[in-house]
Every structure is written in C-alpha cells, then in structure tokens.
Design a binder for this molecule. Structure first.
Ligand code: NAD
Length: 245
C-alpha cells in the first residue's frame, strides 16, 4: 500500500515499541517520517531522527523545526506517542511522581502539538493521532496515576478535535490494551519469574495473547490516513477485547 505517498509524518517516542512500529509502517506506506525521542540513536534511514525531551519546551520546538526542515516544510501527520508508565494506587505515588508522569504523558503531548500546529495547518488535510490507553476508561487496579494521565489524553483528544476540525486537522486516539513492547518486557523482566508472569498476563487476555506493536501501528495508520477522512474525536480500542468482554 502506498496511501501515505507524498505525506510527511512526525512520531514522538518513535525509537521503541509502538512508536517505532508506527514510524516504520508509515514509511513503508510511502510517508517521509521523522522520529523524536529521548534516545533516537537506534533509528536509521529511511527515518529522520531527532533527539527531543517532550518535558522540555525548547527541546521540542528545536527538534520539530529541524524535523520539519528535513521533511520539506509541511506536516500532514503527528503521532503523539511518547509516554511512560506508573503503578500504584493514589496512596503509593507522592506529588512529585504525579507531576513527573503528567509532564511526559500529558504536557509532552501539549508541547509537541503546539510546536507542530503551524506546520499541520499548512497541510490542509492533517491528522493527529494520540496514543492513549484502555487505562483511560477501564478502571484498572494499581494504575491510578497512569490512568489519570491517559484520561487526560482522551479528553485532550476530544477538545483538540473540536478546536481544529475547521482548520482541516482531525484528532483521534488509539486505546491499546497490553502491547508486547520493550516497556512491557521491562515490567516482566522485573518479576521473580518472567516466563510465568508472561504466561499469566497472556492468560488474562481474551485472545490469549498480547497485542503486537504492529497491530497498534496499523490502527494509528488508519486514523492518520485519508481512509478515516470523516473521523475525528474518536478513540479506537486495540485491546484484544480486554475492555467490554
Ligand atoms: P516504549 O518504552 O517501548 O517506548 C516509549 C518511547 O518513548 C521510548 O523510545 C522512549 O525513549 C520515549 N520517551 C519516553 N519519555 C520521553 C520523553 N520525555 N521525550 C521523548 N521521548 C520519550 O513504550 P511503548 O509500550 O511503545 O509505549 C508507547 C506509548 O503507548 C505510551 O504512550 C504508552 O503509554 C502507550 N501504551 C502502551 C501500552 C503497552 O502495553 N505497551 C498500552 C497502552 C498504551
């Protein structure tokens, strides 16, 4: 498929997991793609790579300017994907930790969108896709802080969709379930018996397996593509049926 031929895309957190799979899929389908990440050293051609910390406004603005220059001046797709996890109930995380995770998962998205909007307006038919989570709406145990950040991402998606629809910018999000990425790998590796922990995690999935990063990338690509041209302000679950079954 070459449905992204002639389009330019920027993916945050694009050096690993869902972001990496998305950047590679968009490039395979014809887009010119720039990746922003804390550590983009593993990202090579055909992707453009820039170091950026989404918690630092100057770093984001600098990297977006450089990325847009690489891509040729216009941005058609922004994938706001950089994010970090947090575990625990409201009693477990001190205020500092709430601020730290909000700064990446929520404000990181705001800073990147703010820096990209002038370039997205220049497209005339742009799409923003935010990586949210089923945690936004599912009421997962021991994920109070993480869920609150993703709830904010969901609300932000709806608000941004309303604000920018008349500028030719659609805004949607994906809500992944448990995705087999380096992030989940790190969590499993920290368990006393990683293989048993993985088997238990898989057994909790209605499909009996974790979601793959390429499956989430496919959903992001759909929401970023002209195939979803009439869709804005929606959340697409990619959760193997976890929510609702
Ligand atoms: P990952 O850890 O494999 O990749 C995340 C990437 O984001 C890394 O390359 C990291 O360097 C980058 N990043 C982190 N902080 C950053 C910062 N301050 N500035 C720039 N880049 C930064 O994780 P993943 O599993 O691919 O997760 C990607 C997104 O998907 C996150 O928003 C996460 O909340 C969401 N998500 C993941 C799952 C899952 O099960 N893996 C489920 C639902 C939602």
């Amino acid at each position: 498929m070459s449905d992204f031929e002639g389009l330019n895309a920027l993916v945050t957190g694009g050096a690993s997991g869902i972001g990496r799979a998305t950047a590679e899929l968009l490039a395979e389908r014809g887009a010119r793609v720039a990746v922003l990440d804390l550590d983009p050293s593993s990202v090579g051609k055909p992707l453009f790579a820039h170091r950026a910390d989404v918690t630092d406004d100057a770093s984001v603005r600098h990297a977006v300017t450089a990325a847009v220059a690489d891509l040729g001046g216009v941005l058609d797709v922004l994938v706001n994907n950089a994010g970090i996890g947090a575990q625990g109930t409201v009693e477990d995380n001190p205020d500092d930790e709430w601020h730290r995770v909000y700064d990446v998962n929520v404000l990181g998205m705001v800073r990147t969108t703010r820096a990209c909007l002038p370039h997205l307006r220049a497209s005339g038919h742009a799409a923003i896709v935010n990586t949210c989570s089923i945690a936004a709406t599912a009421g997962l145990p021991h994920r109070a802080l993480y869920s609150a950040t993703k709830g904010a991402v969901y609300s932000l998606t709806l608000a941004m969709a309303a604000d920018h629809v008349r500028e030719g910018i659609r805004v949607n999000c994906v809500n992944p379930g448990t995705v087999d990425t380096p992030w989940v790998g790190r969590l499993l590796d920290a368990a006393p018996d990683p293989a048993a922990e993985r088997a238990a995690l898989e057994a909790r999935q209605p499909t009996g397996r974790l979601v793959s990063a390429t499956e989430v990338a496919g959903a992001i690509a759909y929401l970023a593509s002209p195939h979803s041209g009439a869709t804005t302000g929606t959340a697409l679950a990619v959760d193997g049926g976890m929510q609702g079954l």
